[in-house]
Ligand binder design. Sequence first.
Ligand SMILES: *Cc1c(COP(=O)(O)O)cnc(C)c1O
Length: 367
Amino acid sequence: MRFNEVLSGLKNYEAGKPIELVVREYGINPKDIIKLASNENPRGCSPKVLEAIKDEVKNASLYPDDSMYELKDGLAKRFNVKSSEVIVGAGSDQVIEFALKAKANPKQGIVMAGITFAMYEVYGMQTGAKIYKTKSQTHNLKELEELLKENKNEIGVLFLCIPNNPLGECLDKEDVFEFIEKVDKDILIVVDGAYQEYAKFKDPKKEISPKELIEKFENTLYLGTFSKAYGLGGMRCGYGIGSEKIIKALHKLRPPFNITTLSLRAGIEALKDEDFVQNAIKENFSEMKRYEKTAKELGFDFIPSYTNFITLNFPEDKNASKIAQIMLEQGIIIRDLSAYGMNAVRVTIGTPEQNTRFFETFTRAYC
Ligand SMILES: *Cc1c(COP(=O)(O)O)cnc(C)c1O
């Protein structure tokens, strides 16, 4: 059977290894496995959200409210925008997909940083669009500007991942706004704020207010998610915020009931427990200092991170894949970044206990 041409160039997204796989392949007890590979919140989600999900299970036979009135209303209030400026997706992943389907095609390509969130390219390729990446691995606004200039009239979508996954670096809001000002108004600029909660806690200069963004620039779409700071990766709930015009266009691509009855309730409740989120973020950054200290002690580099993970760059005489494999066999799942051409690993910051175990195992694996 012959499939559509675009599929031949497509790779599967390689997700962080699940706990089940480590149990199967290495025979390790699930309770001894630590997953620091997918940037989930190691503290889980708010206990209030968990209660709400349990309570909602009785409605599993019912389709969710497809208008998503309450969740959109909660998000609109949180960000001081209108409900009509919000769209909800099965993770912000799905909103990325909508944005690309709406605006990318074989004649309108996609621009992004050299190393950034893999799904931009995966969904991008599905539209048949050309992918343009900067030479620099991290976000370099000058290079992004040059790419846009060199390929004038051939770009449909530009991605800015602020802070960036998988490297953790973060542009300053002021620089971002100055840059966007210069971009052609027909290019859809997607500002992916999956880790914004972390970034703004660490440094207020990094905070991008969706309201200010979309009011200043009609061609922008802000993305947020409940998967990271809110600890709800398994619920698949994310959102986009943009002008009514953009959101209306994206809604044409949204399948009905695209998030579950449980996910919807989880998102609604999660917005009500900000204390949980702030405490988790506070602990994240105090624990991150232990990783920075270990890097200095063992003599390797790291990228200063504005997220819930840290990218550790190893010298040539150490092998990132090998280290990741040794860790895996000890039940600690981290992300090997070799596929990106880096001799580096990405580690999600765990709970204090998980991190202690990480350091013990890692020190042995590294030396
Ligand atoms: C995790 C992540 C997302 C989306 O996650 P969902 O679970 O689909 O909401 C989007 N962008 C970046 C950069 C991420 O790291």
